[in-house]
Design a protein around this ligand. Sequence first.
Ligand SMILES: [Zn+2]
Length: 147
Amino acid sequence: MRNIKYIVVHCTDTLSNAEVKAIQKYWKEHLKWKNPGYHYIIKANGEVEKLLDEKKPSNGVLGFNENCINICYIGGRTKDKKRVNTMTRAQENSLFDKIVALTEKYPGAEVKGHYEFPNQGGRICPNFNVKEWIKNYVPDLDQPDLD
Ligand SMILES: [Zn+2]
């Protein structure tokens, strides 16, 4: 069993409409990674796609991956190339739910933004303050089915 010490939030540093397939292709062909960058990726519509079993390390945080679960939202860049929080409400809800589920599964783990780790090449990923966001976040209540 891996010792999970960190649940780490990332962004893809792309526009919100980037395709998961294109991101995976970049990892494989450009970065030559054997494993994906993240365990979970969250699309603009809030859909969470699992890319790797939690038992295996992904490539999110150089030097720390053995102890990380990496979660990423697609986005982080605007059309004029600004690095900001571009999360949709659906992404925020899914990210929050995922973090809650993972902190229940790994009770000792600390939730961090990628930028909080040393020697990450000056990254500000996921382009917002994760601890502030969690503290202030008010999740939507589940909507009842209308049919
Ligand atoms: Zn990152």
